[in-house]
Design a protein around this ligand. Structure first.
Ligand code: ADP
Length: 286
């Protein structure tokens, strides 16, 4: 706590210079956690998303569908979807100076250093700011309590959605994941049908097949092998579960158990977010 009296947060810090915040907080080692000692249950108000600056985070294990639902919501609400996993993969594909080092880390299912993540995120946020973007849905970030604490110093996160699915289904989903190397579309060839057991409900998910013109261009992520997915699940449990507790303690965590595939889950997610009547209101206002 002594560090807090010696260092004051630079007033110019905003989300787009999150990497400066990272250097600032790392060097001052200030305690930036803002744990609410009296957590309250978060109630989502039926507020028009246009009237709120959406600053949301999607949490959840590998394969749960963070990318799918965060990207759908970002289109629905007109705010950018920023996935640090995508930023890392873009850097890998660019064959830049960091790509060799990054490939080794990512392909073992380990976390990339905070320094690299904050640099990639800063660049993405600056580019967005220049285009006039406001608000965001973050996916894959924060992944550690330290990342959450630094984000806390520069943003005003108002909702954290925690997507949940049984671990055996997560593995099947990751192994079935495919991407079109040309259009970048995400698909899944797994047909999931697991029985309910040990208190877990049965779950079915139809495959999300690509159109015929993508069929011959499908690729699999190098980190979607059984061994690496299991390593990523272990890393999630060790490093990212505490992030759920961090936001739960602030009353910002919305727990969402996926009931099935997109057709079953999407309407239920909109309902949980109190956005189920948003589309109707928008078309009525048009
Ligand atoms: P997942 O499907 O496991 O949720 P992502 O696409 O979000 O995967 O991320 C892929 C990889 O990129 C991770 O396994 C990790 O190596 C790296 N990565 C992404 N986001 C972060 C982050 N916030 N901190 C550290 N590493 C990250």
């Amino acid at each position: 706590m002594a560090a807090l009296t010696r260092f004051t947060k630079p007033s110019s810090l905003s989300l787009s210079n999150i990497s400066r915040a990272f250097y600032f907080y790392s060097s001052s080692s200030a305690d930036v956690a803002h744990h609410n000692p009296h957590p309250q249950i978060h109630h989502l108000t039926r507020k028009d998303p246009k009237d709120r600056n959406v600053q949301w985070v999607f949490l959840g294990c590998p394969g749960v569908g963070k990318g799918t639902y965060a990207s759908r919501l970002s289109k629905f609400l007109g705010v950018p979807h920023i996935a640090t996993g995508d930023l890392v993969r873009e850097e890998l594909a660019s064959s830049g100076p960091m790509s060799h080092q990054l490939a080794e880390i990512v392909n073992q299912g380990k976390l990339v250093s905070d320094e690299i993540i904050f640099n990639l995120l800063s660049k993405r946020l600056e580019a967005g700011e220049a285009k006039g973007e406001s608000g965001f849905i973050l996916d894959g970030f924060p992944r550690t309590v330290k990342q959450a604490e630094i984000l806390e110093g520069v943003a005003d996160i108002d909702l954290v959605v925690n997507l949940k699915l049984r671990e055996d289904v997560l593995l099947e989903k990751c192994l079935g994941r495919r991407m079109c190397s040309q259009c970048g579309g995400n698909f899944n060839v797994a047909s999931i049908n697991v029985k309910g057991e040990n208190g877990n409900p049965a779950i079915s998910m139809a495959p999300l097949l690509p159109p015929s013109h993508c069929m011959s261009k499908l690729i699999t992520r190098a980190d979607d092998t059984e061994e690496v997915v299991k390593a990523r699940l272990r890393v999630y449990n060790e490093k990212s579960r505490p992030v759920e507790d961090f936001y739960r303690g602030q009353g910002k965590l919305l727990e969402f158990d996926l009931p099935g595939g997109i057709p079953e889950s999407w309407p239920k997610l909109l309902e949980a977010l109190n956005l189920d009547d948003y589309e109707e209101k928008q078309s009525a206002a048009a």
